[in-house]
Design a binder for this molecule. Structure first.
Ligand SMILES: CC(C)(COP(=O)(O)OP(=O)(O)OC[C@H]1O[C@@H](n2cnc3c(N)ncnc32)[C@H](O)[C@@H]1OP(=O)(O)O)[C@@H](O)C(=O)NCCC(=O)NCCS
Length: 199
């Protein structure tokens, strides 16, 4: 049997205060479509947009039935602020790929570290992953700097063709193992959630 990936309700941690993760639901689709359609998010995505709302709903229908994917909304208090995706979840190798974005990276500046820390905690504890992998467009300095700040190790780069027969694009690749996570977790919690919050 395939283990359930998404949390039943909001998922949080003792250090995280009012911040949470929850399964992406049909009620979030309009909000997330707005985020995904913005220039800032489009520029960071591997798949080239824009897509229609109907395509977005179809994407949600497709991913909802895939046990190898887990898509979450990150928020604080009453406000939803971003999306975290774990894909290619392999229950045998215990590996996955993650990607995330703040819906409005400028207005929500400063939440990236909190969203990443809580999400990595979720991956290593709730879905029992041993290695999280990530890719960033060569042109996305924010993502490259962000992954370094979150403690990911750069593993190299790959050329990958974008959908629709477009030219290949260079992606930088990153990895974090459970052993690395165990070594940096408390430091990230202190840095992004404040002194004395590590637990
Ligand atoms: C990437 C993203 C999540 C960062 O969020 P953020 O709120 O700016 O992150 P924070 O301010 O909490 O910073 C977290 C760390 O990332 C680093 N970082 C953030 N933006 C950066 C940039 N433009 N260049 C270099 N480093 C950056 C910060 O310096 C910080 O490290 P520090 O604690 O050592 O100082 C956000 O900009 C975003 O959603 N961008 C659009 C989507 C995207 O590019 N996603 C890529 C991830 S797969």
């Amino acid at each position: 049997m395939v283990a359930r990936k998404h949390p039943e309700n909001r998922w949080t941690a003792p250090y995280a205060g009012v911040c949470w993760l929850t399964a992406l639901s049909v009620d979030d689709l309009e909000l997330v479509f707005g985020w995904r359609s913005s220039e800032a998010i489009q520029a960071s995505m591997f798949t080239l947009g824009p897509i229609t709302f109907a395509e977005h709903v179809e994407w949600f229908r497709r991913i909802s039935s895939r046990p190898t994917q887990c898509h979450l909304v990150y928020g604080c208090g009453d406000e939803s602020l971003g999306v975290v995706s774990f894909k290619a979840i392999d229950d045998v190798q215990r590996t996955c790929e993650w990607g995330l974005y703040l819906g409005n990276p400028i207005r929500s500046k400063g939440h990236g570290g909190r969203m990443g820390t809580l999400s990595l905690d979720f991956a290593f504890s709730h879905i029992a992953i041993d290695t999280v992998r990530a890719q960033a467009l060569e042109s996305n300095n924010a993502s490259i700097g962000y992954h370094a700040a979150m403690g990911f190790h750069e593993t190299g780069s790959v050329m990958k063709a974008r959908p629709g027969g477009r030219a290949e694009i260079s992606l930088r690749t990153f990895e974090m193992t459970r052993a690395q996570w165990d070594g940096i977790r408390e430091g990230l919690i202190r840095r992004y959630f404040g002194a004395g919050s590590a637990s």
